[in-house]
Design a protein around this ligand. Structure first.
Ligand SMILES: [Zn+2]
Length: 314
């Protein structure tokens, strides 16, 4: 396996410093090409350590195909530990496929899409705060749908289909990297790892094992599938994610844990005002499993209290 690390120019900042995409290319013999992007959201960095584990693992190993990694897609957001750009309200993961002659954020998106669109499989690594790690499946056409489903299952992580179509489009996920990839028949998955600020150590390990399992599935490396036994894994094959929002605001006093199974009507959290009074009991609207909680422990009116995994039919 040959490894090459390069800076792909995107533009420059007002102070004259160069904006570039750090790209790591690992090339082996004939085989599929995988593209991995990280830190599209600047404050989501757990995946970096997953890739450090991966590079250590692949050293001296035979690789069939190639892995191209854009390791720090949104460098300015990363520098200032924010999700979007410090100089604009745009969300880079709602801007794909970008525009090579547009604004700097558009040009970053275009450069990343140029790399991703040539791949046989795309993995976009994110973090979802206080969560169990999961693989997110976007709505794909019949040509690639089953293949994506199989690869998602091979990861060993909880597999969730994305929100219902109306919400999916309304919050712009059809303009995310994975959303645009699958709508162009490029097989892709979003990987959501734990991490609120900085690298979540166990999340990074889970991300590494999931990527390794996927590379095995794509027959790019040799080895045995590894089980992820240090996080709850929800085994259902046809689960989707669903948000539970608050009616009121305040501090969150949770009554459930990550991975816990809940019934319709189970109390997920109590919302308290600054005086400690209970102002709302947030209950589960469906039977399902707790995938994500609000790591900030505070919520605005209509804010997210939890994400559940629920059966697709329900
Ligand atoms: Zn993200």
């Amino acid at each position: 396996m040959r490894i090459e690390k390069k800076k792909v120019a995107v533009g420059s900042r007002p102070d004259g410093s160069e904006m570039y995409l750090p790209v790591i290319e690992m090339r082996g013999d004939k085989g599929p090409s995988v593209f991995i992007s990280m830190t599209v959201h600047g404050n989501e960095v757990t995946g970096h350590k997953s890739i450090w584990y991966l590079m250590d693992h692949l050293e001296g190993m035979e690789l069939r195909g190639s892995i191209t990694i854009a390791s720090l897609v949104n460098a300015d957001a990363f520098n200032y530990t924010v999700r979007g750009f410090p100089y604009s309200t745009l969300d880079l993961n709602r801007m794909f496929p970008g525009d090579s002659k547009g604004s700097l954020p558009d040009r970053i998106a275009a450069k990343v899409w140029d790399l991703a669109s040539r791949a046989d499989f795309v993995l976009d690594l994110h973090t979802a705060g206080l969560c169990i790690p999961f693989v997110l499946i976007h709505p794909a056409g019949p040509l690639i749908r089953d293949f994506i489903h199989e690869v998602a299952l091979s990861s060993g992580l909880t597999c969730l289909y994305n929100y219902d179509p109306s919400l999916y489009s309304r919050i712009g996920l059809n303009r995310s990297l994975t959303g645009v990839a699958v709508s162009n028949n490029v097989p892709a998955l979003t990987v959501e790892l734990p991490g609120t600020v900085g690298i979540d150590e166990l999340g990074a390990r889970a991300g590494f094992i999931a990527i390794k399992n996927i590379l095995l599935k794509l027959d790019m490396i040799d080895g045995e599938e590894e089980e992820i036994d240090f996080f709850p894994i929800i085994k259902g094959e046809n689960m989707k994610r669903m948000r539970v929002l608050s009616r009121s605001s305040g501090l969150l006093d949770y009554r459930v844990c990550l991975g816990e199974e809940v019934e319709e009507g189970s109390v997920l959290a109590v919302i308290r005002d600054p005086f400690g009074n209970e102002v709302e009991e947030v209950v589960s609207p469906k039977r399902g499993y707790v995938v994500q909680l609000n790591g900030f422990s505070r919520v605005f009116t209509g804010g997210k209290v939890a994400t559940l995994a629920i059966e697709m039919e329900s």
